[in-house]
Design a protein around this ligand. Structure first.
Ligand SMILES: Cc1cc2nc3c(=O)[nH]c(=O)nc-3n(C[C@H](O)[C@H](O)[C@H](O)COP(=O)(O)OP(=O)(O)OC[C@H]3O[C@@H](n4cnc5c(N)ncnc54)[C@H](O)[C@@H]3O)c2cc1C
Length: 91
């Protein structure tokens, strides 16, 4: 067994994203998941169809959630647009 540079506890959306990014940066990553399957909630998204995002642009996607949520989601979607999320999960 080799030593890990980074231990990620929980293989959900956040943990898998972090683990992938850290591995790409050259770190040895160990992911610990307490259940038998990784990414369970990601797979359950969109009524179990795993349609976790959209093909819309950042502004259009944020607008779907109403004016109040749009103010919160707008900057987040601009920083990481839905199409980049799709490409990342495809990888
Ligand atoms: C039925 C359902 C449908 C959804 N649909 C959508 C949707 O359509 N669109 C959308 O954007 N979002 C949707 N969501 C929400 C989305 O799935 C969550 O926001 C997202 O999964 C949260 O990611 P996370 O990494 O923060 O947490 P989680 O996905 O909960 O991941 C945490 C992981 O850590 C593990 N863990 C916890 N404690 C320990 C421990 N002590 N040791 C080891 N492992 C541990 C858990 O087992 C889990 O795998 C849905 C959620 C559900 C439940």
């Amino acid at each position: 067994m080799s030593a890990a540079d980074l231990v990620v506890v929980g293989a959900g959306a956040a943990g898998l994203w972090l683990a992938g990014s850290a591995a790409e940066a050259g770190l040895q990553v160990l992911v610990l998941e307490k259940t038998a399957r990784t990414g369970t909630k990601v797979l359950a998204s969109g009524g179990t169809r795993c349609n976790l995002t959209t093909t819309l642009g950042p502004k259009e996607a944020a607008a779907l959630f109403g004016r109040k949520a749009e103010r919160f989601l707008g900057p987040a979607f601009s920083t990481l647009p839905p199409l980049e999320v799709r490409q990342r999960f495809s990888q």
